[in-house]
Design a protein around this ligand. Structure first.
Ligand SMILES: Nc1ncnc2c1ncn2[C@@H]1O[C@H](COP(=O)(O)OP(=O)(O)O)[C@@H](O)[C@H]1O
Ligand SMILES: [Mg+2]
Length: 235
């Protein structure tokens, strides 16, 4: 059964710095159901990262209502919010955010430490998710011994290790050449189709966005279009 993972109603976000106010998001209304792969597109400054941060409970909206997997986010305490973040969400960033002095495997284990898993369970789960991204043979390498594409795979394995319902990715291919970026998109497509992981990614590149089954377009903080892609129509 398809469930609402994201449900935003009239969401807005106002940034106040001194006397200047920026209305980064306004009138945001959309839902994402389980199993979708959604790309959020828009020019620089259109509010993509702000929206992804709200979806990921890294920040709170100024107005409106947001339900994440049935939890009303505005009613949550900060500690409940981080619990839900840890349980439901996996994050992937443009610059990988790996810890430089830890092996690939130790990096993947980080979110599992917060879950209080034993060393043995962490080792098993991290191996499994590195295998899923095709990097089992690089487990004991440090980030600087890996290519950019491999580092992003480690970051994806880290996001996957806790079996999240939803992966959130902000410009996941932004630091990669287009061929390597395509490989990361093939991996996302596999994870979405075979492992049934819901994915929401932000990108400003049309070719990358087209890997999703649906594209939301933002201009000046508002959704101006919400359409299925050919991938979804043909698939
Ligand atoms: N922490 C912040 N404080 C003040 N203004 C911000 C902050 N973050 C983003 N903004 C402003 O909000 C708007 C949307 O930014 P952002 O969500 O980062 O856009 P995008 O990711 O699409 O480039 C921009 O005008 C930006 O300058
Ligand atoms: Mg951004």
């Amino acid at each position: 059964m398809k469930m609402d993972i994201i449900n935003m109603t009239d969401i807005s976000k106002l940034y106040k710095t001194g006397i200047i106010q920026v209305e980064a998001l306004k009138n945001i209304n959309f839902k994402v159901v389980s199993g979708e792969f959604v790309s959020i597109m828009g020019p620089s400054g259109s509010g993509k990262s702000t929206l992804l941060n709200l979806i990921g409970c890294l920040d709170k909206p100024s107005g409106g209502s947001y339900e994440l997997s049935g939890h009303k986010v505005e009613k949550l305490t900060d500690s409940k919010m981080s619990e839900i973040r840890n349980e439901f969400l996996g994050f992937v960033f443009q610059n990988f955010h790996l810890l430089p002095n830890m092996t690939a495997q130790k990096n993947v284990e980080i979110p599992l430490v917060y879950r209080g898993l034993s060393a043995k369970a962490r080792k098993e789960l991290s191996e499994k998710s590195l295998e899923l991204v095709g990097l089992k043979d690089r487990m004991h390498h440090l980030p600087n011994q890996l290519s950019g594409g491999q580092q992003q795979r480690v970051a994806i394995a880290r996001a996957l290790a806790g079996s999240p319902a939803l992966i959130l990715a902000d410009e996941p291919t932004g630091a990669l050449d287009s061929k390597t970026g395509g490989k990361i998109m093939e991996l996302f497509t596999e994870l979405n189709e075979n492992n049934k992981i819901t994915i929401v990614q932000v990108t400003h590149e049309e070719e990358i966005a087209a890997y999703g089954g649906r594209i939301l377009r933002l201009v000046d903080g508002e959704i101006v279009s919400d359409m299925e892609t050919n991938r979804r129509k043909n698939g």
